[in-house]
Write a protein that binds this ligand. Structure first.
Ligand code: VGL
Ligand code: ZN
Length: 302
C-alpha cells in the first residue's frame, strides 16, 4: 500500500526506504503487533491518508518588499550578494499556474522606534552581558535590558510602516483575496516568522486563517530564506502543516545561515522543491514520503 501512496515521479526516483516503511507501519499500527483494527484504520484514513491524497494548499509569500530588493537592506549588499527581485517572476508564475486554496502575503511592518534598527540603539538600555553600546556594530547581536531580554540582531532601518521601502515590489501579483499579514509591529520585539513574534508573545492571524480553511500543506517562498522565510517555515511545521520551500523563489542574506536553516527544517520533515514541482503536489499527484512521515509523527503526538 505504501508504494502506491508514494509512487516515484520523474523528478524523484526513490520512494520510501525500508527504514521509513518500518517506522510508518509501527506508527500506523498504533503500537500493536497484531496489525490495524477498524478504529485505527478510520483514524488513519481521516487524519493521514486523506490529507496525503487530497491536500489543501496554502502559498505563503514572505516579505517581497522594496527594502530587501533595492532599498536599505537590499540582499545584493548582504554576504550572499543575491538579486532578490528574481523571486518575483517565479512567484507570479506560480500564482497564475497553480490553484492554491489560500494565498498569504507577509510584510515586515516596523514602527520608526523598532528595536531591530541599529540607529535606534541609543533608545534602549543594553543587557549587562552585552558589550558597551559604543562598540556595537551593524549586524551584531545584542540583548536589551527589558522585560523580554531576548537576542536581537542589529539591522539597518528597514520596512518602516507606510514608507516606500515597506511596499511590496511593484511587479508582484497580489491576488485580491490574499490574506495580508503585517509583522514586527511591536517596537520592542522583532518578528521574523509570519506566524509569531520571535519570543512567541503574540500570534498573527495567519495560523487561524489557514486552520479555518482546512489547510494541510503550506508552500513558502520569498525573502530572506535564512531569516523570515526560514522562521515562517519552522512555525508552519510546528503548527502541523506539511511544509515545502520553493527553492527558486527564495533569496538569502547569508549562505552558511541558509545551509543551517535548510538542514534544520529538513530534519523536521520540510521538503525543498523547485517551482516546477508545486502544481502536481497541490493536485495531490506528487506525494512526498518525508512530509507524510512528519504528518504521521504529528498525528501520534495529538
Ligand atoms: C528580514 C531582516 C530583518 C526578512 C526582516 O524579511 O528576512 N530580515 N527583518
Ligand atoms: Zn525586519
Amino acid at each position: 500500500m505504501l508504494d502506491r501512496l508514494f509512487p516515484a515521479s520523474d523528478d524523484r526516483k526513490s520512494t520510501l526506504s525500508d527504514q521509513e516503511k518500518k517506522e510508518l507501519y509501527v506508527l500506523a499500527a498504533c503500537g500493536q503487533d497484531s496489525g490495524i483494527d477498524k478504529d485505527c484504520f478510520t483514524r488513519l484514513w481521516k487524519n493521514w491518508i486523506h490529507k496525503i491524497l487530497h491536500p489543501v494548499s496554502a502559498f505563503i509569500v514572505v516579505d517581497v518588499q522594496n527594502d530587501f530588493i533595492s532599498g536599505s537592506l537590499a540582499l545584493i549588499n548582504c554576504p550572499a550578494k543575491q538579486e532578490a527581485s528574481a523571486v518575483v517572476p517565479v512567484i507570479n508564475k506560480l500564482l497564475s499556474d497553480v490553484k492554491f486554496n489560500t494565498v498569504a502575503v507577509t510584510k515586515d511592518w516596523h514602527p520608526p522606534n523598532h528595536c531591530s534598527f541599529f540607529d535606534n540603539l541609543s533608545l534602549r538600555k543594553l543587557g549587562s552581558s552585552c558589550k558597551p553600546a559604543a562598540e556595537v556594530q551593524l549586524f551584531d547581536t545584542v540583548t536589551f535590558d527589558d522585560k523580554y531580554k531576548c537576542q536581537q540582531k542589529m539591522w539597518p532601518r528597514h520596512c518602516v510602516q507606510g514608507s516606500w521601502g515597506a511596499e511590496l515590489h511593484r511587479g508582484l501579483t497580489v491576488p485580491n483575496d490574499a490574506v495580508i499579514i503585517n509583522k514586527g509591529i511591536n517596537p520592542d520585539l522583532d518578528s521574523y516568522s509570519g506566524f509569531w513574534d520571535n519570543e512567541k508573545v503574540s500570534q498573527t492571524p495567519l495560523a487561524e486563517k489557514l486552520q479555518e480553511k482546512g489547510v494541510t500543506h503550506v508552500f513558502v517562498c520569498g525573502i530572506a530564506w535564512d531569516v523570515c522565510v526560514g522562521h515562517t517555515a519552522q512555525d508552519s511545521l510546528d503548527f502541523g502543516f506539511s511544509t515545502a520551500l520553493v527553492a527558486d523563489a527564495l533569496k538569502s542574506v547569508d549562505l552558511d545561515e541558509t545551509k543551517a536553516m535548510s538542514d534544520s527544517l529538513c530534519r523536521k520533515g520540510a521538503v525543498i522543491i523547485d517551482s516546477s514541482q508545486v502544481k502536481n503536489m497541490v493536485l495531490g499527484l506528487d506525494r512526498r514520503p518525508e512530509m507524510a512521515i512528519a504528518a504521521m509523527r504529528n498525528m501520534k503526538l495529538k
